[in-house]
Design a protein around this ligand. Sequence first.
Ligand SMILES: Cc1cc2nc3c(=O)[nH]c(=O)nc-3n(C[C@H](O)[C@H](O)[C@H](O)COP(=O)(O)OP(=O)(O)OC[C@H]3O[C@@H](n4cnc5c(N)ncnc54)[C@H](O)[C@@H]3O)c2cc1C
Length: 393
Amino acid sequence: MDLGYSADERAFRDEVRTWLREHLSATARDKVVRYAHLDREDLLDWHRTLAVKGWIAPAWPPEWGGTGWSVVQRYIFEEECGYAGAPPLMPFGLAMCGPVLLEFGTEAQKARFLPRIYRGDDLWCQGYSEPAAGSDLASLRTSAARRGDHYVVNGQKLWTTMAHVADWIFCLVRTDAEAQPRQAGISFLLIDMRTPGITIRPLMLMDGRHEVNEVFFDDVVVPVDNRVHDEGKGWTVAKYLLGYERMNTARIGTSKRELERLKSFAGVQRRNGRPLTDDPRFRDRLSRLEIELAALSITNLRFLDRLRGGNPPGADVSMLKIKGTEIQQALSELMLEAAGPMAQAIAPVDEGVLEDGFVAALAARYCNMRKTTIYAGSNEIQRNIIARHALGL
Ligand SMILES: Cc1cc2nc3c(=O)[nH]c(=O)nc-3n(C[C@H](O)[C@H](O)[C@H](O)COP(=O)(O)OP(=O)(O)OC[C@H]3O[C@@H](n4cnc5c(N)ncnc54)[C@H](O)[C@@H]3O)c2cc1C
């Protein structure tokens, strides 16, 4: 097993670094590192910059704009973007709907949707979860009744990230209420968010930001042409897509950048007249975190080595989601601890020591990070997957 980068891979990393230095705007980077709110335009600006360069959809086939990079190059690119402080790329179009269309879409669907996703013309959201269907997704109830050449959709989706700014939603819907097993009655539809009968209600997260929504469907008419794969095959599509989701949540580059930030920040914070980094208890927690992140990085390279050899990642790839999100949460906890009482949004910023805005955002950041162990399949469910499919328990 080879866990290091080859000379070519190191040269590629340098090329990406140089390009990021020249093209990532200071304004965008500043917003990311200060945990400021990123609106639709912030996200799409960065998306379009990468699209112009031809680097927005590395994993897609070259005929649809893919770069032809190896899995290792793709990982290097993601890590460098995270480390540099680039805005996150919304996964719903690029890393979810795109791959689904490439695998299961008709030629007409590919020609209609893929170029628009690539260029950043449309923002997508994901309509899977419902009030009584999260971990147990197969119990979803939003119905789609066939009426000639269209479906009539009724029901509710929940926790829909970005629905309030999205142009399209991909949805799992029930087209057969009687089918057994339940999974066999599910289909996958692409729905224009401007269709009459769609109502979006905001759900505020505990940091006070509007990120997720409830989406209601009331006799929403959707052309049958917008169904991906056969009727009743939505579960096959969903499973394919969830595999991608689990690979995309470790955010190692971002965590490496935040760890460096935490170290320098804690170095100028004082407890009992000494730098916080001299406190053995704090230093112990910091070291543990650093070791865990190094271990995650190596684990990730192990998966890449598997993929490099043409093998699928396997069920134990859930480890990346579990550890990656636990580390993101631990970083936000230690950052909060380093800031102490000043981390409260209402506290004044101590000029000269603390960078304006950053400290005030820490409490909100801590609250926001609670979501990471829930979304993309909760960490408990990921542990079940490892137990069942990797350990055979
Ligand atoms: C910020 C945020 C953004 C999200 N964005 C989207 C989105 O864009 N689109 C979308 O479709 N969904 C989205 N979700 C929904 C997310 O996928 C679900 O919240 C998640 O799957 C958990 O489902 P649930 O909320 O219904 O909780 P439940 O499934 O009710 O689970 C409640 C608790 O019980 C545990 N649990 C449940 N079953 C088991 C089991 N078998 N074994 C052990 N523990 C179990 C869970 O881990 C959890 O701790 C988002 C969620 C959040 C928090």
